[in-house]
Design a protein around this ligand. Sequence first.
Ligand code: SF4
Ligand code: SF4
Length: 476
Amino acid sequence: MYSLTKNEILLIAIISSFLLTQTILTMFLNEWLLGVTVGILFLGLVYAAIISFRENESRAAKLFLLLLLDPIIAFAFIYFDYPYKTEIIWIIVSLYWGMALLLIIPFGNKKDYKSPLPIRRIDERDVMFSRSELKEGTKRFEEYYNRRPESKLLDDEFRCRPGLLSPQASLAHPFAFASADASFDTIGALKSEVDGSVAETKTESNADDISNYIKNWAKKLGAVDCGITELYDYHMYSVGGRGERYDKVYEKKHNYAIAFTVEMDYRMMQSAPKASAIMESGQQYLEAGRIAIQIAHFIRKLGYEARAHIDGNYEVVCPLVARDAGLGEIGRMGLLMTPKLGARVRIAVVTTNLPLISDKPLNDYSVIDFCVKCKKCAEACPSQAISFTNQEDIEGVIRWQINQEACFTYWNAIGTDCGRCISVCPYSHPNNFLHNMVRAGLKNSSIFRGVALELDDLLYKRKPDSKSLPEWVNIK
Ligand code: SF4
Ligand code: SF4
């Protein structure tokens, strides 16, 4: 028996929708329907213009105001008399609703998509922050580059740059750099709190209830989102790479991981790669770290082991844990892309042996599909560290990988942690009704994803400008 393909079903659905729309139009007053349609469009565009002005996106705001011409012209079609008025209005309304239906109907989604799982653990000694801590002339330095001779020349590149938060860096700003440094120092002061003694008496709890309690409390403490996953081997670094944890072989001690995200301020990131970006990174690493430490303390008071994984003190790879805890997908720029804020988040994790209920990964193909089309971060990246190609087989896993050496060398030249990729990403727009409508469309249909990308380029430019520093930051 002949069965219809997905595309044939879609075509039939679209044609039926057109016919249905036209039948309804014939039955009812088409002028009235056109009035309502363009009224909604008019109000929507005014709302979008106001929101864009508030978001400091004047180009987008002006374009939304310009687009108001469309409903205004459509109103003229209702107001004036001319030959074949009924038929023309009929066509206009059909076009409006036809286009809307085309964007709304789910299309091009892979329901069975599964996010790829790593097949080997990452050695933290290979991460750029660990490599930047190696001091020339030390045993550790010699040992590392004997083992990884291919990294030596690459690392010499960042070593001859001024360095992160250096007053000699090209984007140095004394107050912003001192503020960022203050945040990182405060995070350092929390280091002793990541682990600690466990209460002797266990407080029994229902796994479901305590999981919900922790997730809600994390949000109350300031997290945007919180999820739980079983802790897998590949979540753990194989070997520690920083400070006294260097060369320490990690074994999985805990069964569960709680991951949560905190928001990076949109305005501070709009100026990336300028100094406000690293101020915001420092502040949000601190916020995430503070919440993780509170949650870890709480769990230890209940009589279970818990360790907070905070900036500079990770035993786990946070984006992988967060992805498996259902907080997002990993996109082209190698960062966690969350449903409400894209990559404009910082992550922290608590691992524990408190029995919890795991969340499911999103396995959201729409993010991967959009990243395949978009490439905006790759175009905007000042160090060309982000790939333009489709996902590739990297050590047996289909994914994207950035050139971490190129990225880190650029950071050491400008003195900040850049964040330009985060700021230009179409998923990073603020969490409000306007952008959430777009995000819902992105998730729903690949046709919508194509149209939304064109619109994003038009409204915010293919390579959005880096905004000036917020006025209050920019004191002399
Ligand atoms: S900018 Fe585009 S390609 Fe890059 S991560 Fe965001 S959505 Fe993906
Ligand atoms: S942080 Fe900057 S340099 Fe690094 S990948 Fe992103 S845009 Fe490129």
